[in-house]
Design a protein around this ligand. Sequence first.
Ligand SMILES: Nc1ncnc2c1ncn2[C@@H]1O[C@H](COP(=O)(O)OP(=O)(O)O)[C@@H](O)[C@H]1O
Ligand SMILES: N[C@@H](CC(=O)OP(=O)(O)O)C(=O)O
Length: 416
Amino acid sequence: MNVYKFGGASVKDADSIKNVVNVLRTSGYNNTVIVVSAMGNTTNELEEIVNSYFVNNNYSDCIEKIRKNHFEILSQLFDYKENIFTIINKYFSDLYTFLKKNKSQNYNFIYDQIVSFGELISSQIVSNYLNKSGIINTWIDIRDYIKTDNTYREGKVIWKLTEKNFENFDTSKVYVTQGFLAADDNYFSVTLGREGSDYSAAIIAYCLQAEKMIIWKDVPGVMNADPKYFKEAQLLKFISYEETIELSFYGASVIHPKTIQPLQQKEIPLNVRSFIYPEKKGTIIKKGATIDPLIPCFILKKDIHLLTISSRDFSFMQEKNLSYIFNKLSVLNIKVTMLNIAAVSISLCVEDKYNNLSKLIEELEIFFKLNIIKNVSLYTIRHSNAEIQHKLKSNKNVLLEQLVKNTYQVVINDSL
Ligand SMILES: Nc1ncnc2c1ncn2[C@@H]1O[C@H](COP(=O)(O)OP(=O)(O)O)[C@@H](O)[C@H]1O
Ligand SMILES: N[C@@H](CC(=O)OP(=O)(O)O)C(=O)O
């Protein structure tokens, strides 16, 4: 069995969906589970519905905008008589029904019930279009298979149950299903964290002991920097699982950080390839691979916040203080991307995906003195040297830097 993942960029419009057919014909698609994300920007647009629902209950305009986009795409791919129009209309009426009947005030729960429509709709469109193009496949609802606890927006996979659900899976067919989604034991939708479709594909690959997994991207593969920001970025032909975990953990957004470990555990090779040039080999991540070419890898994370924390009672930054601080970070789901501990202070770079920073500050200020610099940039370089570090820092306002093994990190305040 193979697992392919097509992200939002690869299914963003009618031409892109037509290109998926081309990619599958070029690469082969026997015995394959095809995992699809929501089209283009749909997840962000669905997030607007959630916000409107909470602010003033005035969500119809947002829904109609999404409906219009999707129906424009449908009209370019199908004849009006085809059943897919009824299927997609039903999802939009289910969305309205949910919003009208919902009694819960739990933001994260509501978020997941709404945002999940993006992948349900896109996977139906892709599945129907592939069938129409002769790539015969079965659409499956991944919520029947991937089970999580009820940590809405960041579901924790219940691995034993999920593996059991895949036990009698017929591995001789082609399937299309949703990335990003799972269900709790009440069958409510739970999402796996933003950009979590790569992780979904890895969960499926793990459970089916897949031969390989391919992620199709708008870039040639994993590069030594994001080509959007670094014009001279080069393709990495091979990388180890460990190196990929490091790159994605520090923010190389080409792969979701949770993707690699399930693959590594079952030694399933991962190929990251271009959906624009599907005949090219891209990057291979597999057991025994070492980074090739061995060149410095740059990761830039913007909108990071630098917190420097010291105690009010002159105590050192030791176990008790650290445990209090990290407990708060964990409860508020704030990710630490750099950590520097000194005797009387600790500096943290944090990423505030869920808008919990002000709550964290409020809770830490009870016991600690805080210095906060918001919206700084964190550069991480793997395999760097003194010359590169010097070049990166020159004429910049450096707030903090550290070198640990192969990883050099520097925090820069761009606003000065
Ligand atoms: N090291 C890197 N190598 C390649 N692409 C990278 C890297 N770091 C960040 N990217 C960005 O990742 C993007 C592809 O990932 P993403 O947007 O999540 O795709 P999708 O949503 O289609 O899965 C590229 O367009 C590129 O700008
Ligand atoms: N649609 C979800 C899940 C996802 O992984 O999307 P993509 O594969 O386009 O990054 C999101 O935007 O977060």
